[in-house]
Design a protein around this ligand. Structure first.
Ligand code: CU
Length: 507
């Protein structure tokens, strides 16, 4: 029980100082409560009075009468993050993260995006033909057209420019958690790190599971940040970065004993991996990457590489305080992500009746039993150029070629791709042995095999982590949208430095 009292002090933050005060004020009560069984008798409101901060969710822009008519203005004005006003961030409508876009399947999205990214130095970077404040919008995971005025990542909105997105979300689009962020090649890493990202919720999916009718929902966007002297700091080692939930440091989440909540979690960081766990609780996973699973499962921990989403239920254990944390994850020499407490769950109040999620939630897509038209190999490798003193990142031996046509995929077919993190080539090029989260636009996929062994898939996904030397076989169908788009590593430094390729779905 004592462990539940262990209110971690985040050194060097206001929140940390407030928590020290909190401990000092309630230390005696805390000691007594240990004997009685934890903080439990204190309500969330009391805890908040003592200086804790309740989890907040970003404002929501909701569709009405079948249309999401909204505007996003990307700006560089100071914003409050992690409890302090900082400069150097980039935000949508002054929010970090940006507003949550909420639509229904079948809705039309009419979104005006305005580029107001005033930068002190906006000259194009070496070898790039676009400025660091060039903008566009990618709707990560949405199954929509990659053409203008939809999920067109080749678009470039210059500083001062405006673009009107106008596209349809299919009637049968899966309900779940997606997200949006800029996707201009070469500047994605910096822009997302600076704060240009927001959640996108398609109604339906897990929230429609009968056993979950009416349960409380939490939208949680996890993100890394480093702040120095009141400004966003770049180039900070993973171990020295902090991790926010909806832009907050260590917020408090209220849960009643026995209460089941649906948590919808996305990693909107530019590069961190989160290995999630909640002390004293398990996760019952019901959706991944925006699609409801066809079979739910329970687990103590979930790995979220950049871009990843999971939706799961948690059911309040006995009264007490529990840490929602990342256990840390090592994705390679530049990916030493340390353990951190992300939020504190306060279980208090009247008992509720737990909801039981059935194992069977749906059926696997039919294409898993259909013919495979083509097989391809995608090799991930990296190297270090002594001449330019920079690392480079490749897919199938090539850094990204923006003008290449890339793989041609026939509409209406099903393909299998072998994702291979090729350490032999990486070693030969003096590269670092790193993991690479594969992501593809337009259509999602199902993992079939890992290192030649069949795996049991529980659902579809649009991000899969490929470990060093690993071979992952995925199957993907291309049923309805034509056009050109990309697949890439979702560690955005890798993507910006070449680990991306075009593909085109053709009639
Ligand atoms: Cu990578």
């Amino acid at each position: 029980m004592g462990e539940q009292y262990d209110i971690r002090v985040d050194n060097n933050t206001d929140l940390g100082r407030r928590r020290v005060l909190f401990l000092a004020m309630f230390g005696a009560l805390g000691g007594a409560a240990t004997v009685l069984g934890g903080w439990p008798r204190r309500s969330l409101a009391e805890a908040l009075d003592a200086g804790e901060v309740a989890l907040q969710e970003p404002p929501v822009l909701t569709s009405s009468a079948g249309v999401l008519q909204a505007a996003l203005r990307a700006t560089t004005k100071p914003v409050t993050v992690a409890g302090q006003l900082i400069s150097g961030a980039m935000t949508y409508n002054g929010h970090y993260p940006g507003p949550t876009l909420r639509v229904k399947p079948g809705d039309r999205i009419r979104l005006r995006v305005r580029n107001n990214l005033t930068l002190p130095d906006a000259t194009p970077m070496d070898g790039m033909d676009m400025a660091p404040n060039t903008l566009n919008t990618h709707f990560h995971g949405l199954h929509v057209s990659p053409l203008p005025k939809a999920d067109d990542i080749y678009l470039q909105i210059p500083f001062g420019g405006v673009y009107d997105y106008d596209f349809q979300v299919p009637d049968k689009h899966p309900g779940g958690l997606y997200w949006y962020h800029p996707h201009v090649h070469g500047v994605v890493d910096a822009q997302i790190y600076a704060g240009l990202a927001g959640m996108l919720l398609v109604d339906g999916g897990a929230e429609q599971i009968p056993a979950l009718q009416g349960v409380g929902q939490r939208l949680l966007a996890l993100k890394n940040i480093a702040i120095k002297d009141g400004a966003l700091a770049t180039g900070v080692a993973p171990a020295e970065q902090q991790h926010t939930v909806n832009g907050q440091l260590s917020p408090t989440i209220a849960l009643r004993p026995g209460e089941t909540q649906l948590w919808r979690v996305v990693n909107i960081g530019n590069e961190p991996y989160y290995q999630l766990s909640l002390d004293g609780h398990t996760f019952t996973v019901v959706a991944e990457d925006g699609s409801m699973l066809w079979e739910s499962y329970s687990t103590d921990t979930l790995l979220l590489p950049p871009g990843k989403r999971f939706e799961f239920t948690v059911t309040g254990a006995k009264v007490g305080r529990y840490a929602f944390r990342t256990l840390g994850y090592d994705s390679g020499p530049y990916g030493g992500w340390t353990a951190a407490e992300l939020a504190t769950v306060v279980v208090a109040g009247a008992k509720d009746t737990p909801r039981v999620v059935p194992v069977q939630l749906g059926v696997a897509p039919a294409y898993l039993n259909g013919p495979v038209t083509k097989r391809r190999v995608v090799k991930f490798s990296e190297g270090f150029s002594a001449a330019t003193n920079t690392p480079f990142f490749e897919l199938n031996g090539k850094v990204y070629e923006p003008l290449s046509n890339g793989a041609r995929i026939k509409l209406g077919t099903t393909e299998e791709w072998l994702l291979f993190n090729d350490i032999t080539r990486t070693k030969a090029q003096d590269g670092a042995l790193e993991e690479h989260p594969f992501h593809i636009h337009v259509n999602d996929f199902v993992v079939m095999e890992i290192d030649g062994k069949p795996v049991k898939a529980y659902g579809s996904q649009d991000v899969v982590n490929v470990r060093s030397g690993q071979k992952i076989l995925i199957r993907m169908a291309f049923p309805d949208f034509v056009g050109k788009s990309v697949f890439h590593c979702h560690i955005l430094f890798h993507e910006d430095n070449g680990m991306m390729a075009n593909f085109e779905i053709v009639p």
